[in-house]
Ligand binder design. Structure first.
Ligand code: URA
Length: 185
């Protein structure tokens, strides 16, 4: 079994797609290498590309608020993205970019072995749960996939644009915390 550091090194050198030529940093992921809870977003934005850490910009700060609100420490989970490099102007990932990058996420999941995987937003849910995932209807629904329990919540960037969805997000996050506590007993 590989450790996260060797996967990180391969990721930092990756040029499997064009984004390897435009990134400042590869944004591999951050958190507890033994986390029971993993969050997977879409792709790094500008702040993430500059710092090399996922979810540190405005959306990330909102994610931190939800973690705090339900009593989860950022350092006890593992946070990463479908794409490890920033798409120019934050456009949606292209299918070929996802295909080129998804192996890193698979290796991260196999290594960290979380009990719960939470997709942050539609793009991650379509890739990890099902291709026709509808975030408005299916956020907060739970799926069993192999050894993992999976769910999706609204992407925090969407909540910044549409604050009316924040109440639903809090409900979903509270359920995530309940399941997380239950699975760790
Ligand atoms: N949005 C994402 O999906 N991921 C990040 O790391 C930052 C913003």
């Amino acid at each position: 079994m590989q450790d996260l550091e060797s996967i990180r090194k391969k990721c930092a050198e990756c040029h499997e797609c064009e984004l390897g030529n435009t990134r400042t940093n590869c944004v591999f992921g951050v958190g507890d290498p033994d986390a029971d809870l993993m969050f997977v977003g879409e792709a790094p934005g500008e702040q993430e590309d500059l710092s090399g850490e996922p979810f540190v910009g405005r959306a990330g700060q909102l994610l931190d608020k939800y973690l705090y609100a339900v009593g989860i420490e950022r350092s006890e989970v593992f946070i990463t993205n479908i794409l490890k490099c920033r798409p120019p102007k934050n456009r949606d990932p292209l299918p070929e970019e996802e295909d080129a990058c998804i192996g890193f996420l698979r290796e991260q999941v196999k290594t960290v072995k979380p009990k719960i995987i939470v997709c942050l937003g539609r793009i991650a849910a379509m890739r990890l749960i099902k291709p026709d995932f509808k975030i408005t209807k299916e956020h907060g629904v739970w799926y069993e996939k192999g050894n993992y329990l999976m769910t999706a919540v609204y992407h925090p960037a969407l909540l910044l644009r549409d604050p009316r969805k924040k109440e639903e997000m809090l409900v979903d996050m509270k359920v995530i915390k309940e399941k997380y506590d239950f699975l760790r007993q």
